[in-house]
Ligand binder design. Structure first.
Ligand SMILES: [Zn+2]
Length: 306
């Protein structure tokens, strides 16, 4: 049984879908329904306004919630913020928070949306409206649901918004392993950044991930990990600059889940990025990631080297 957070309103009505990407959640849901695993579906509540305002600029929160985001910000986001997009933007952070609470009970849980790591204080950017990772982490700590939250971001793009929004927060740490020459041009400073040159392949990626992430987990000692499991480090990704194989992504996800499990740290995942003309294939990759994480977290203990 895999705990998966999903809400029908993650899926925008076709007339409102700003880009095909917006309906990735429907394809992820459908792929999960057909994957043969038993799924415990959890429906999230929208992230309350007070929590949105605690992380994002209150004026920007109002612009989104009232669907009156200025055109300049909509250009940075990459699509118009219509009322259905506004509702979805509150539901997805609520979903990442719900996945974290479910992970506390069950060990691992996944949100079918989220990983919106480029959203900044007073604007969205790069297909992200609100930063569900920073929002969930701030709320978990603020409500005493976690003492220390580590956000592990393996998307091929740097988690700049997450780093900026949580900077200076002693109980939230951020880790980003990404292609240095990729978007965003101006990087933020995560607690730990691993910036990779173009074309890095499986063996080097996995070695660097392990080398940097294990000490961070042991030094910071989080009692909850939020995972941005972007599949865009894959070699054929349209927006990636790395050269991982599907086996490399599988081993990455197995490593992250095994590391969390070896330290008895609950793990909540978000899909993050993945770009290909074939959206069904992208959804399949995200679902494969969820199933890999769940199996590694539930499966036999895998030795994690120090
Ligand atoms: Zn990405």
């Amino acid at each position: 049984m895999i705990a998966v957070v999903h809400h029908p309103d993650y899926v925008l009505p076709a007339a409102y879908a700003p880009t095909p990407k917006a309906n990735k959640n429907a394809l992820i849901r459908d792929a999960l329904l057909g994957c043969g695993e038993e799924i415990e579906w959890i429906e999230p509540e929208p992230m309350p306004l007070d929590w949105l305002r605690a992380v994002h600029c209150p004026d920007y929160v109002a612009e989104v919630v009232e669907a009156r985001v200025p055109a300049s910000k909509e250009r940075r986001i990459g699509f118009p913020v219509t009322p259905p997009v506004a509702l979805r933007s509150q539901l997805v952070p609520g979903g990442t928070y719900a996945a974290a609470l479910a992970a506390k009970e069950r060990g691992f849980a996944a949100n079918t949306g989220g990983g919106s790591h480029h959203a900044l204080h007073d604007t969205g950017a790069g297909y992200c409206v609100f930063n569900d990772l920073a929002l969930a982490a701030a709320r978990l700590v603020g409500e005493g649901e976690a003492h220390r939250v580590l956000i592990v971001d393996c998307d091929v793009h740097q988690g700049d918004g997450t780093a900026a929004l949580t900077a200076g927060h002693p109980d939230i740490a951020t880790f980003s392993i990404h292609a240095e020459r990729n978007f965003p041009v101006r990087k933020a400073r995560s607690t730990l950044d691993v910036a990779l040159p173009d074309g890095v392949e499986d063996a080097e990626y996995l070695q660097l991930l392990e080398h940097h992430l294990v000490p961070l987990v042991d030094d910071f000692a989080p009692d909850l990990i939020l995972y941005q499991a972007g599949v865009d480090p894959l070699a054929d990704d349209r927006l990636g600059r790395l050269a991982l194989s599907q086996d490399g992504i599988d081993r990455r996800d197995t490593f992250v889940a095994s590391l969390a499990r070896s330290r008895a740290i609950p793990l909540a995942s978000t899909p993050g990025g993945g770009y290909n003309a074939d959206l069904t294939e992208i959804a399949r990759r995200h679902v494969r990631s969820i199933l890999t994480l769940a199996a590694a977290y539930a499966g036999p203990q895998v030795a994690v080297r120090l």
